[in-house]
Write a protein of this length. Structure first.
Length: 112
């Protein structure tokens, strides 16, 4: 199963920097509900129960690929929310872990 198609919505990119967490949001359009910001869309999806909390997604990704999480994107593709988690694995490789947003199930992982 491939989730490499262009995303309709990229909600969040998380970067860890000196122990801090930065949230940057970017909209690819096409999933509008009249919200003024992308984080409103993400929060609304969480409130509607369409996505699991980020903490659960990160735990699932770390279980699949132990290492340091350096990025996270939430994409809405074909009616489904999919998190793309970037992890620097313990062996130094940059890995991408795809996690189902609805149930925090790891779909696949591969070198990025």
């Amino acid at each position: 199963m491939s989730f490499k198609q262009p995303a309709r919505l990229i909600v969040a990119l998380l970067l860890f920097w000196s122990g801090g967490l930065t949230l940057a949001l970017a909209d690819r359009g096409g999933y509008g509900h009249g919200y003024s910001h992308d984080h409103d869309r993400a929060r609304h999806a969480l409130e509607r129960g369409e996505v699991r909390p980020v903490e659960e997604i990160l735990a699932a990704a770390r279980d699949a690929v132990p290492g340091e999480v350096v990025g996270l994107e939430l994409e809405h593709e074909d009616g489904h929310w999919v998190y793309e988690v970037k992890v620097i694995a313990e062996d130094g490789r940059l890995m991408e872990v795809l996690v189902n947003g609805a149930d925090a199930r790891v779909l696949e992982w591969e070198a990025d």
